[in-house]
Design a protein around this ligand. Structure first.
Ligand code: KG4
Ligand code: ZN
Length: 339
């Protein structure tokens, strides 16, 4: 069962071919980072225009890389939302037309469910039930996962998403967008104990998050100690990142204990963070938990993860009709149960 998957919800135009929801035959990601970097963030109108330019060559490359002809494809999966509507529409319209032209089904998937399913791309998926932390530019949520498309929301951020906090701190330090990778690289050279930034647990036994206070604390520190030299920059990045990692790690491990799970996962763009990976890995090992996180290339936005969840939507027979539309709202994964 070969699915051509397409993702265009933000600033990456991506296409992939995924077999049976797990085996990646190809994955192509055309990033627009250079276009948006000068503006300090994603400019929606520019993103849409770049998607239009990229979509045809990116899909073509994904088929070539997989060594397939378009008639070998059994179905198309595409991100339906949430995201920038103008950006989503490019991939969505293209995918529907592509499937229509070939006479094959097209499934629309939720971007967040794509991130959640990225954990199944590869040979070492978690076993159900498990607890998953989804950390991206727009979301920070903890889920109890009981099946490929069955999630219970345990908690989520009340304000900034973690990725957003990374991006804003990067901006404050004068590095701009995208911030996560920059902070990660600076932090490697810094002392994580140098500055006592707050650790926003809220309640240590609750699963909601809050990162705007931590972000403001970095702002206040910079006001009180302006023009940091290189060492201080590294220390600020490392201390901020440590606060984030400690809180994420604590809540994830505690959630696994509460739910009596032996498998845990971290997915989404921030799952690429080296400190989050190493801290959760070490804590999991201490507690004999099995820790799962996608390969770096499947943490950030990509289309392979859309093919992974698209397979399950295809199995459920949830096909799009030509009149179906995108949605921009930050919808939770569709089968999410609340506590
Ligand atoms: O999942 P993603 O690619 O897009 C969304 O769905 O939002 O996540 C992007 C977010 C950005 O905020 C970016 O700064 C963050 O992930 N990110 C990182 C790292 N790499 C990307 N944050 C921390 N450390 C990283 N290495
Ligand atoms: Zn994403």
């Amino acid at each position: 069962m070969k699915i051509l998957a397409i993702e265009s919800s933000c600033d990456e135009t991506a296409a992939a071919v995924v077999e049976d929801g797990t085996r990646v035959l190809s994955s192509v990601v055309a990033s627009q980072v250079d276009v948006h970097h000068v503006y300090g963030g994603v400019v929606p109108e520019l993103a849409s225009r770049k998607h239009i330019e990229a979509i045809v060559p990116v899909v073509r490359e994904a088929l070539e890389e997989a060594g397939l002809h378009r008639t070998d494809i059994d179905a198309v999966a595409v991100t339906q939302g949430p995201g920038l509507v103008g950006a989503l529409l490019i991939g969505f319209s293209y995918a529907k037309a592509y499937a229509w032209g070939l006479g094959i089904p097209c499934v629309g998937v939720n971007h967040l469910e794509g991130h959640m399913s990225s954990i199944f791309l590869g040979d070492n998926p978690p076993q159900f039930p498990y607890v998953a932390l989804l950390v991206s530019g727009g979301h920070t949520s903890l889920y109890y996962v009981t099946g490929p498309t069955e999630y219970e929301l345990m908690g989520q951020t009340r304000d900034d998403a973690v990725g957003e906090a990374f991006d804003k701190v990067s901006k404050m330090l004068g590095f701009g967008y995208p911030g996560g990778v920059v902070i990660d690289a600076l932090a490697v050279k810094g002392d994580p104990t140098a500055i006592a930034f707050p650790r926003p647990y809220l309640d240590k036994k609750a699963f909601d998050f809050s990162f705007s206070g931590l972000k403001s604390a970095v702002g206040r520190h910079l006001k009180e100690h302006p023009d940091p030299d290189e060492t201080r920059l590294h220390n600020i990045a490392a201390s901020f990142q440590e606060s984030v990692a400690v809180v994420l790690c604590h809540k994830l491990i505690y959630a696994a204990q509460v739910k009596n799970c032996t498998h845990i996962a971290v997915v989404g763009g921030v799952a690429a963070n080296s400190r989050v990976r190493s801290m959760v890995g070490a804590e999991a090992k201490k507690r004999h938990l099995s820790f799962h996180t996608p390969e770096l290339k499947y943490c950030g936005d990509n289309a392979a993860m859309i093919g992974a969840i698209g397979y399950h939507r295809w199995l459920e027979g949830r096909f799009l009709s030509v009149g179906d539309d995108t949605y921009s709202r930050a919808k939770l994964p569709s089968n999410t149960k609340h506590k």
